[in-house]
Design a protein around this ligand. Sequence first.
Ligand code: CP
Ligand code: NVA
Length: 312
Amino acid sequence: MSPAPPRHFLDLWRLDGSDLRVILDDAKARKAARAGWPQGRPDPDRPADGRTLAMIFEKHSTRTRFSFDAAMRQLGGSVIISNAGDMQIGRGEPIEDTARVLSRMVDAVMIRSNHHQDVERLAHFASVPVINGLSDGSHPCQIMADLLTFEEHRGDVRGRTFAWVGDGNNVCASFIHAAPKLGFKLNIATPAIFHPDLVDLARAAEQQGLVHTTDDPREAVRGADCIITDTWVSMGDTDGEARMDALEPYQVDEALMGEAHKDAVFLHCLPAHRGEEVTDAVIDGPQSLIWDEAENRLHAQKSILAWCFRAI
Ligand code: CP
Ligand code: NVA
């Protein structure tokens, strides 16, 4: 019998909503079970016991790098981390060959890549699970942490309204992928030139029509339960000045938060640019959950890894 195919975690639109629910529920349970423990003590079931995760970074990272490393330690496994520039892929070795070689040495690979296609190619040629730790196209691990954070504070996301305000970027894309899978409504306000990916929107529309786009931030946030934004200039963007001009009317400030539901929460994947996409009063204010959100990268990814290892 041939071995089961690797469980990749590349994009939320590819996964079943039931798997996303299993991951979120496992993350809640694991987090609760180790409350107050030292960060380095492994979970009792050690679902990554004896396993190694390779991490490849083509772009900067703080949260993704540290949370995956801490996650593997808490799951009883270990990591090998490298910047892509230090590897032979930095000198042109094909990603296909990198995939084949790493598959002989580690049990899973996480990659943060400039080109989404490279994440897909790595997965295609790897015989171990590949995890997308952010590409120019999406950031699925972030959205799992965001949904975990919302549910901890406000309960099930199903039937709730999320509002994305700003650039229709990679993080926005993963929200679009998640909405039909978990049944939440997503309003997206972007300027026309920085709209979300049309393929993502078409796929979401086919699945259920829970995603609505507009160029009016007030329309998007009206009555919303969660307001989200992100930097106006993502890693790899080269048109920073045009972005700052076009996105200025999309700053999340107290007046905009005032249009949302009175219990609405604010999320931002970080790093943030205070005074640009969000004001200090909002990001450091009572509705902001950004520190829980950052911590939840660790908890959500532990369960993503456990799912990839078929331990949940
Ligand atoms: N939110 C996020 O992915 O942060 P890093 O770029 O620091 O990993
Ligand atoms: N959209 C941002 C997210 C950083 C975590 C970027 O891609 O740079």
